[in-house]
Design a protein around this ligand. Sequence first.
Ligand code: HEM
Length: 509
Amino acid sequence: MPQTLKLASRASLLTRGFPEIWAELGCKAPVRVIKTHKTLEDMPGPNALAFFTDLFCKRGLARLHELQVRNLPLYGPVWKASFGPILTVHVAEPSLIEQVLRQEGKHPIRSDLSSWKDYRVCRGHAYGLLTAEGEEWQKIRSILGKHMLKPKEVESYTGTLNGVVSDLIRRLQHQRSCHQQHVVKDVAGEFYKFGLEGACISSVLFDSRIGCLEPEVPKETETFIRSINRMFVMTLLTMAMPKFLHHIFPKPWKIFCESWDYMFAFGESKGHIDKRISEVAEKVSRGETVEGKYLTYYLAQEKLSMKSIYGNVTELLLAGVDTISSTLSWSLYELSRHPRVQAAVHEEITGVMKGGAVPSAADVAQMPLLKAVMKEALRLYPVIPGNARVISDRDIQVGEYLIPRKTLITLCHYATSRDARFFPEPDSFKPERWLQKDASHHPYASIPFGVGKRSCIGRRIAELEVHLALARVSAGAEPALSPEGGRVRPMTRTLLVPEKDINLQFMSR
Ligand code: HEM
């Protein structure tokens, strides 16, 4: 009974107002509505020991995305869990994710507990757009946003990107010619190199090529990609470990720092940035017009310090590699498993690219099914399965809970994008669902690029890059699962990536 009363009083609306005073003044008493909320204490969730056991003893770190799906029916759409020293509130309902994002404020914070930031502080490196906060973030965002978010600006990268796609096609042809059954092993590995060479990376950032897609891949490219992988593996581990454990078990933090060291050194030591900036400065001083678009140049134009430019370039390099690779790998993997969809996509592409081997951005705009393939791949395999927000200046209401300021809030995108209420047959690859107007698609159920001020700044470049590559690869060859390849599932490595190699057979059309 006391418990019932307690709950009733929490959930009820209390009205008070000293009516006699208002009556004396000849007015009607205002109704003051005081809404009470549930607190963190009332929130359900796995106990710390169970969660810890799940994470460290049952390969839970790699299955974090699955835990989202498992916990939703157990605890409801909002639950709390301790991730090492960090208490995090999980939100797994689109309307509540929307509620969080609508309250994120002027300078949204993704996570203020990141080991990424600790590393930068430790080494004296500057923050880039991914890690910067407040006014600093706003400044970089508005410089880069001018060139990365405007459709017309992004379209102008088409030629450069198509050049990189041509190299990718040559590289895939070379790889498959080395195999009797035309199999390309570990396509994600190939698309890593494509990501690194592509879009904002070498061409767009440096306006020069770095040879990732040559038959002989430069050693430093391989090391750079390996460093990204190792850094992502160590990110969750170093965040989940309380800081004092870094001294007792130093290896994860050491590997984490060494990986970042290499990534920072990559841009600097190769001299791309300095070389390009001084070339441009010389041209400007001679009164010549500067051609070629690359983001480093714009950052330098705005008089950002070299330290800040290195920080940004390193983070942009990083942001464009796994994301592009995973999206392309899953798209082709699912097309290989669904020959009927593949045939329809091929018909669409050849209908638009009549006779022409290289599509333009305008051509891609006429390929709704191809674009739906990318959307569906990102719904099933969102590269960032659980994004985060920290609202630092005030408590916010999320559903029936009042979340104290500075709480880490995990947005469970993997769970919402596999929720049958919003996507019937949620585990099936059905790109056509994006072509129908369906009221059940809540706009926040599948948001692979995030929404709002802090959403992915590379979205338009990434979409163009993936669409151009998918169109060319699908036009020229028929991807199929390699005879020995089985089902490939996703795993969390901070980002969602294929658990094992995806090996695809490419038969010429
Ligand atoms: C399919 C590919 C991609 C996906 C799915 C993706 C997804 C995301 C997501 C979910 C975020 C976090 C958004 C948020 O917190 O609300 C993000 C942020 C970001 N992405 Fe991407 N991304 C992709 C490709 C790229 C590329 C190619 C670049 C580089 C050109 C890039 C650069 C960034 C940057 C710099 C941020 C941080 C933005 C900020 O904090 O203001 N992304 N991305």
